[in-house]
Design a protein around this ligand. Structure first.
Ligand SMILES: Nc1ncnc2c1ncn2[C@@H]1O[C@H](COP(=O)(O)OP(=O)(O)OP(=O)(O)O)[C@@H](O)[C@H]1O
Length: 607
């Protein structure tokens, strides 16, 4: 496992600046989330930026009036008018602050929803292969984290613009008085900026290097406290093992993070003292000017206030620059995720899917290797699935049966050779039409924590409102008897996670999953160990119905039960990814080869 503290990517100032090029893309996404609220946020901030200088200036006028009235007396009318104006400005400032916060938080929620949807949508376009790649997973994870944090980045960028305008106003006043004060200001601020910038880049590099461990930490947390894992955790007594693993990982995080935090805090204190020295030097200078009569008391308060505000504005702007540029770097991860393109090729002008299929699917020397595996899952596959044919795939665990079916559905494309449909490469057909024509139920089908109706309808989601079809599909797979038993019948929530759901037995879940295959009028039905969890009677009935349902259609059955496999028109025996032998049950038994051996072994088990 990689060490969590391994920081290998120090980011230079140049890299930070170049990351800012991501900001327009961020603005585009925010704008798409809500054009109205984005405009409002801008308008509010521009109004807010004029407030500091206006308040200081009115304050200066008030003090000069007070000093004047003290010395020479006269009407107080002007003075009170100024006080009312300052009061109005203070109320307005507070109102603007609140409105800005409100708009930003609403905009943040909309942005987070919008980008989460974009991520989901993009993820669905990607290949299964990509999901099985841990580098891809890390990217997806980082992109997911960005959905919440990025709206903060936007507020920061907008605050930056707001502070910049405020500074321009304040600086104008300061320069008019004495330009040298600006120099003092810079001397006070720059070390602090460089320090912050350095520590932010260290922080980013650390967080980035921790991504795989963070995923593992999430996984361990899930293992330790989830309804799906509770059973095994109890039975195998895994609690201590899991908690210890969590502790090791989280201790490592803590050690790495705290080391950096302590260093950062120590340097931060030093830089802040430097900042105070700069401020008090300038302050002393202005006081001296006032005492020697070179400037009025009102101007003293204006300048001292301006200097203080400018110094804090500059400091927060410079600090924010490092946060903004760091955020912009994180944005790289987010945008990179959208740049990942599916590798499965899509035909430019796809052919119409044949209906009916005339020659069938032909595997021509097909081989497939998982990208993270040295060995071949399938190799030298040569056979045809004829129209209307029922084909059974048998073979030991890991022989490549499921992979073959995934190739047929183009969840992967062959690493070598090709698959033809009616003599034309499968890649020439539209992939969604291909999948529409295949009804596949995988061995590791999902148990959706949804209603029974919805669990069946996922087989053809466009028919989710077609209750008659759902019930018919349930009848075919024997799930209808189950519906009768459930308190809310088809509207019963399944699984324990939500809404008083009911948990089903393994066989009952399998019947529900099987019903999905009957939701569409697919030309080819593929069942990957469809009856493994069914009792003997249910299995027999399921196959009776399956035979009726698939009359005239092609079907592929993967099964470890030879009683099932023997019903097929032809049996392919797979071994180490390739077809070892093929034929009907009788032919294979006569040949007295591998199939016959396995068949006898199983039959013996039943005696
Ligand atoms: N996602 C994957 N990544 C890497 N290797 C995989 C992946 N899925 C399967 N394999 C490997 O490919 C080979 C064939 O697996 P496959 O699932 O096709 O076998 P199978 O015949 O369906 O097995 P079973 O009877 O156990 O379901 C196995 O050696 C397996 O370890």
């Amino acid at each position: 496992m990689a060490k969590t503290g391994n920081i290998n990517s120090n980011l230079s100032f140049k890299e930070r600046l170049s990351a800012l090029k991501n900001l327009p893309e961020l603005f585009r996404l925010v704008w798409q989330s809500s054009p109205g609220k984005t405009t409002l946020s801008f308008a509010l901030r521009i109004a807010r930026s004029a407030m500091p200088v206006a308040l200081l200036y009115v304050g200066k006028l008030i003090i000069d009036q007070v000093v004047e009235l003290n010395r020479h007396g006269g009407s107080q009318h002007e003075l009170w008018k100024l006080v009312i104006i300052e009061f109005g400005l203070a109320v307005l400032t507070d109102g603007l602050n609140r409105m800005i916060n409100l708009t930003d938080s609403l905009l943040g929620d909309l942005f987070s929803n919008y980008t989460s949807m974009r991520i989901m949508r993009h993820a669905t376009t990607l290949d299964l292969d990509q999901f099985e790649d841990s580098v891809f997973y890390d990217k997806l994870e980082r992109a997911r984290q960005q959905t919440v944090g990025r709206s903060v980045l936007l507020s920061q960028v907008m605050s930056q613009v707001q502070d910049f305008i405020s500074m321009a106003f304040l600086l104008t006043g300061l320069i008019a008085f004495n330009p040298w004060l600006i120099l003092l200001l810079l001397i006070a601020i720059i070390p602090s900026f460089l320090g912050e910038s350095y520590f932010n880049s260290q922080n980013y590099a650390l967080t980035r290097s921790q991504t795989p461990e963070r995923r593992e930490l999430d996984y361990v947390r899930y293992l330790g406290a989830s309804d799906e894992t509770a059973k095994e955790v109890k039975i195998f007594g895994l609690a201590d093992f899991i908690i210890n693993r969590f502790k090791t990982l989280s201790d490592q995080f803590y050690a790495d993070n705290s080391k950096l935090a302590v260093k950062r805090s120590a340097w931060g204190t030093f830089f802040s003292v430097l900042g105070s020295i700069g401020y008090y030097a300038a302050y002393g200078f202005i006081i001296y000017q006032t005492v020697t009569g070179k400037t009025s008391v009102g101007t003293l308060t204006f300048l001292a206030g301006s200097f203080r505000q400018l110094s804090s504005l500059m400091e927060s702007m410079l600090n924010r620059f490092t946060t903004v540029s760091q955020g912009a770097i994180y944005l790289n991860d987010f945008l990179e995720f959208f740049e990942i393109k599916p590798k499965i090729s899509v035909a430019k002008s796809p052919l119409a899917f044949p209906n009916p299929i005339k020659q069938g699917f032909t595997f021509e020397n097909v081989g497939f290797q998982y990208h993270n595996s040295e060995s071949w899952a399938n190799r030298h596959l040569n056979f045809t699935l004829h129209p209307g044919e029922k084909l059974a795939l048998v073979g030991e665990n890991g022989a490549g049966k499921t992979t073959l079916v995934k190739l047929l559905a183009r969840l992967y494309d062959p690493s070598e050779g090709r698959i033809l449909l009616d003599g034309i490469d499968l890649k020439e057909y539209a992939i969604d039409e291909l999948r529409l024509n295949l009804g596949i139920i995988f061995q590791d089908y999902l148990r959706y924590q949804m209603t029974l109706s919805q669990n069946i309808a996922v087989g053809n989601i466009s028919e989710i409102g077609n209750q008659a079809l759902i019930q018919k599909a349930a009848e075919e797979s024997l799930a209808d008897a189950l519906a009768e038993k459930l308190p809310n019948r088809y509207e019963q929530w399944l699984g324990r996670r939500f809404n008083d759901g009911v948990e089903l037995s393994g066989g009952e879940w399998q019947k529900v999953a099987l019903a999905r295959a009957y939701m569409k009028d697919a030309q080819v039905l593929i069942l990957d160990e469809p009856t493994a969890a069914l009792d003997a009677r249910a299995e027999y009935e399921v196959f009776q119905r399956f035979a009726q349902m698939t009359k005239g259609k092609s079907a592929v059955l993967i099964s470890h039960r030879f009683s099932t496999a023997r019903l097929a028109d032809r049996i392919l025996v797979l071994d180490k990814g390739t077809v070892l032998e093929a034929g009907t049950h009788e032919e294979l038994i006569l040949k007295n080869s591998r199939y016959a051996e396995l068949f006898r072994l199983q039959a013996k088990g039943y005696q």
